[in-house]
Design a binder for this molecule. Structure first.
Ligand code: HEC
Ligand code: HEC
Ligand code: HEC
Length: 328
């Protein structure tokens, strides 16, 4: 017994001094030119696959991934956030990206072996020590589904195009690839004042209002263009939402917005005639529903009164209120 313990102690000592030598003396070669030692790539990849499959969200949380607005939004984000590494389906990765270890795979190869919920986990969390970044806002898994919808659309022959613009030199055109052509989760800006829009852009920039999509967008345009962009988009007419046919929801929403309940304050006490909250009339329904959920769940809390107002909303209330304000 003593012999066994002694042998184990000697082995542990050897292992430890080996590790100290590798770390302390710089014996491990970190060069990206030589790749991994035999077997290490296999271990890393197998760990990656199993880790993703264990943690991926349930598909029951997914929205309709065939929604054209969701796909267009995902395409817009992909163009500036993912294409620099993975390229678009029609372009090539740069020589420098191909020299990364591991190299970012071409996007069609990247999605080949994954289900939509696996892709969601990878895009939200990134992959440690590989260069694959996490989503640049926390608590915004709802936004990640837009990118997944775009990736899923790439599997079919209908290849949605990622818009190409140069945000640094033509910021207005860049913003207008989403605001205007895309409805649903992308808000209308023409119902707001320039001051409100500019405050929101600053909040996205600082992270006070978390959104990976808008954080990416504001990080690309020149800082001193924000107030001009706010003015421009407040003045550029956009289409109103189509009338909502869910009349039951609309009338429930109306009652709640006008009178409130014991737990929910009347929305119109703030959201009418420019009192305390921004205008909501004619805003896109999917955007309203998503924002109300985020306020309720505390992901958005940069305004205390609005967070408190949404605190006790049920899913049915949110459905009704978004239908009401969208059609108002
Ligand atoms: C800075 C470069 C970089 C950016 C930006 C980037 N990726 Fe990646 N991505 C990588 C690398 C490197 C890997 C390979 C990770 C590995 O094999 O361990 C990867 C892996 C992936 C995978 C898994 C691929 C596989 O073969 O299993 C998917 C899916 C993916 N990325 C999608 C995206 C999407 C969508 C975006 C944009 C939101 C994005 N990536 C942004 C570098 C990047
Ligand atoms: C890839 C699509 C996309 C691009 C490009 C984009 N936006 Fe957005 N924008 C969105 C989405 C989606 C939201 C909702 C984000 C959220 O959940 O807070 C949003 C929200 C906003 C808001 C907040 C509106 C409100 O009522 O709260 C403003 C202001 C805005 N965007 C302005 C801009 C400007 C200016 C640019 C160009 C620098 C831009 N956007 C580029 C998709 C985009
Ligand atoms: C006490 C005043 C107050 C009440 C009551 C209130 N809100 Fe708000 N709401 C605000 C303020 C202020 C903001 C803007 C926060 C910011 O600066 O981003 C806001 C923001 C919002 C937004 C985000 C709009 C956008 O373009 O990003 C939505 C949606 C919203 N409120 C819906 C509602 C609904 C629905 C109700 C009723 C259940 C309600 N609010 C009740 C004050 C209020």
């Amino acid at each position: 017994m003593r012999q066994v313990l002694l042998t184990l102690a000697v082995l542990a000592g050897l292992g430890l001094s080996g590790a100290v030598a590798v770390v302390g003396l710089g014996l491990y070669n970190v060069s990206a030119q030589v790749g991994h030692l035999p077997g290490v790539s296999w271990v890393l990849h197998t760990t990656f696959r199993n880790s993703v499959k264990l943690r991926a969200p349930s598909m029951e949380e997914a929205p309709d991934l065939q929604d054209p607005d969701l796909i267009a939004l995902g395409a817009g984000h992909f163009a500036t956030a993912c294409a620099p590494c993975h390229a678009t389906p029609d372009s090539r990765r740069s020589a420098t990206m191909r020299a990364m270890v591991p190299a970012p795979p071409r996007i069609r190869d990247a999605i080949k072996h994954w289900q939509p919920n696996h892709l969601h986990w990878i895009v939200e969390n990134g992959v440690k020590m590989s260069g694959m970044p996490a989503w640049p806002a926390t608590g915004r898994g709802d936004e990640v589904w837009a990118v997944v919808a775009y990736l899923e659309a790439l599997r079919s022959d209908a290849r949605p195009e990622a818009p190409a613009t140069v945000p640094e030199t033509e910021p207005q055109r860049y913003c207008a690839t989403c605001h205007g052509p895309v409805d649903g989760p992308v808000p209308r800006l023409d119902i707001q004042t320039p001051a409100y829009l500019e405050a929101q852009l600053q909040a996205y920039l600082s992270g006070a209002r978390p959104s990976g999509i808008m954080a990416q967008a504001v990080s690309l345009v020149p800082r001193d263009s924000l107030s001009e962009l706010a003015r421009h988009f407040a003045e550029t007419p956009d289409r109103p939402a189509p009338p909502d046919l869910d009349l039951q929801a609309v009338s429930e929403g109306e009652a709640l917005a006008q009178r409130g309940t014991r737990d929910v304050p009347a929305c119109l006490s703030c959201h009418e005639d420019g009192r305390r909250g921004p205008p909501l009339d004619g805003q896109h329904r999917a955007f309203l529903a998503a924002q109300l959920q985020l306020w309720r769940d505390g992901v958005l809390n940069h305004d205390r009164v609005m967070h408190a107002a949404a605190h006790d909303l049920s899913d049915a209330d949110i459905h009704a209120l978004s239908a009401y304000f969208a059609g108002r």
